[in-house]
Design a binder for this molecule. Sequence first.
Ligand SMILES: [Zn+2]
Length: 244
Amino acid sequence: MTLTNLVLINLLFANLALAKTGLCSSAIQSINDDYQKISDVDTCDLKTKSIQTKIIDTKIIEVRIHLAQDQCQFVQEAKWLKWQIDQSNQLFGKIGICFKMKTILVLGKEWIEMKDQKMRTALGQNRLKSGLIDVFVVGRLADIDIKGEEIRGVHWRNPKNRQKQRWIILSKIAKDFVLAHELGHYFDLPHSTYETSIMNKTPRDYPIAKRGFVEDEYQIMQKAKERMLDDLHLIPIAQKPSQQ
Ligand SMILES: [Zn+2]
């Protein structure tokens, strides 16, 4: 192969790479636009009745989304993201938390299928930003306990920094209250056996739409919230004057 040929081939690849990036950035622009459109109507109650029935100020916490894509196709849509966030806000309002999605970042196709623990750790450990909650949305999240099965979501910790470096991985197959369940873990909750709780993983008849957290769980989450605000693990977004 001559040097000229090599240069030509390199140029060709460089152009392909550029073309692909261009296309993908328009895809990311459009999903961000889609989300902006639907989130205009979203509301956080800025004063809320807490579990002790005191009126407290709501803290707005950013949930930063990392969305996996292949060939500029995202694994999920903006309206699905908003649905997961809205369901979480229905429940977390009671401890004065409102989650807000401001940014969607792209995850390359190598992250579409999460095969094992190693990948879960590698996914988050160098991508976290302090003060907010990072949520990674992937195409398939393998069940590391049962071979061949998949799960809908997981709260994951960096084994080298378990308390400070934590994140949520959601599969595109996540249904009702999966993000809210993982956020429950983020705010210190273990799984539970309460019939009405979304932290109870046992299949049962109690209607999904009526499930939530129980009083004891809210108490635990309230404490976790205070701790994370105190040690700046979470830093609320400043509220716009028009919202006050
Ligand atoms: Zn769980």
